[in-house]
Write a protein that binds this ligand. Sequence first.
Ligand SMILES: [Zn+2]
Ligand SMILES: [Zn+2]
Length: 160
Amino acid sequence: MNLQTKKCFSCGLTKPLSEFYTWSGYKDGHQGTCKQCIRYYQEHYRKTHLLERRATEEAYRKRNIGILRRASLERRAKIRLEVLAHYGKGKLACIECGFDNLLALSIDHINNNGNKHRKIIGSGHIVEWLKANNFPEGYQTLCMNCQFIKARKQGKKDEV
Ligand SMILES: [Zn+2]
Ligand SMILES: [Zn+2]
């Protein structure tokens, strides 16, 4: 029969030894923290650990979405270059004047049903559409100036 008691380090209560897990590290053969306190800390640890893990997973997920989004933008930019070069007859430049600032280059519908066509495939997707359709004929790479001049010549814009 063991009536020995021990004061818990953690909660400070004096409890019978049976309320402490055995551990050979102490002279009395029992841990310094009572069972109840250990259970409490284990539970607490599990909960905080779970929250931390969830936060880590969330951060990981967000980072991955960022990577995917960037990859898709890069993919689109690459396709745009490919399509512009194809319709620029091998050069990344306007086929009319040679202007080569990529920011002002675009794909022109040679027979001018561009607006109608854009409505069908959705604006901004023409470049992807052209690539997906194996570079159909009837398009050319033009700079904005030449697009504008062409439209003017065809009387599509008001004369000044
Ligand atoms: Zn305790
Ligand atoms: Zn041009």
